[in-house]
Design a protein around this ligand. Structure first.
Ligand code: BTN
Length: 242
């Protein structure tokens, strides 16, 4: 496996995207960093991680052969890879908070940021960024965030964990190649946080409402059943309050 280990960079996703422009890289090439000065999260948020403690990395997948209108499948594959890995570490009560936050009980332990390079209406390459909280113990002002060390009560070897994650990412891309799309989508749905439970949501205008998550559409929208209708929402359109 081609592995580029950095001490620090602005964002491993940015680093890998730039490298891709000038260099021929191996499929599943990985860039890790001990520290990111401008780590990026979903919804334009920042990804903050204590230097040296956690896994911060980006994986390159050339031509994933996933149609653009089904690109949410990338989130499905990567979320399931992380779950499969963490199950081997006996992390309890794992779930996926749509679209791709990985939770143990109510605590977020990993986040995913996938950036695709599109050429001629096809995904030319996909940069899969993962932040996984491993050995950080204190998350000041973030009561709903935790780490493997906090949950399992022991320090975890980051290199071994990274190897396991990459081989599970490869495993799930192979499953996709074997036409397991339906199975993968239903497996993702089976891990969906608060599925089929009445939950509170917030709209961008701060309005709150109650609804029940029924699943995720092919386009990656969250399907929510409300009092009088069922509606599909995208990431910018609502937040789950929990
Ligand atoms: C989120 O949950 O908001 C997504 C977080 C993704 C963080 C990772 S860390 C490695 C990669 N580089 C980045 O700048 N972001 C992703």
């Amino acid at each position: 496996m081609q592995l580029i280990k950095l001490n620090a960079t602005d964002s491993t996703n940015n680093y890998l995207k730039q490298l891709l422009v000038t260099t021929q890289l191996e499929d599943f090439c990985v860039v890790t960093a001990e520290n990111q000065t401008d780590g990026k999260g979903q919804r334009g948020e920042k990804w903050i991680s204590e230097p040296g403690k956690n896994l911060i990395f980006s994986v390159l997948k050339y031509r994933p052969l996933i149609p653009i209108d089904k690109q949410f499948l990338l989130s499905v594959l990567v979320s399931l890879s992380i779950i499969k890995t963490l199950e081997r570490y006996n992390v309890p009560n794992l779930s996926i908070k749509w679209p791709n936050d990985i939770l143990s009980d109510h605590h977020k332990i990993a986040g995913i940021l996938i950036e695709n390079v599109i050429k001629s209406q096809q995904i030319e390459s996909s940069v899969i960024g993962i932040g996984l909280n491993v050995n950080q113990k204190i998350f000041k002002g973030l009561p709903k965030v935790s780490s493997l060390n906090n949950i399992l009560g022991m320090s975890i070897n980051k290199d071994e964990l990274l190897q396991a994650l990459i081989s599970n990412i490869q495993y799930y891309f192979n499953q996709y190649k074997k036409n397991e799309e339906l199975f993968l989508n239903s497996k993702y749905a089976s891990y969906l946080f608060r599925k089929d439970k009445p939950s509170t949501f917030q709209l961008p205008n701060q309005t709150m409402f109650t609804g029940i998550i029924r699943g995720v559409t092919e386009a990656g929208k969250l399907r929510v059943q409300m009092e009088n209708a069922t509606k599909d929402f995208d990431l910018k359109e609502l937040k789950l309050v929990y």
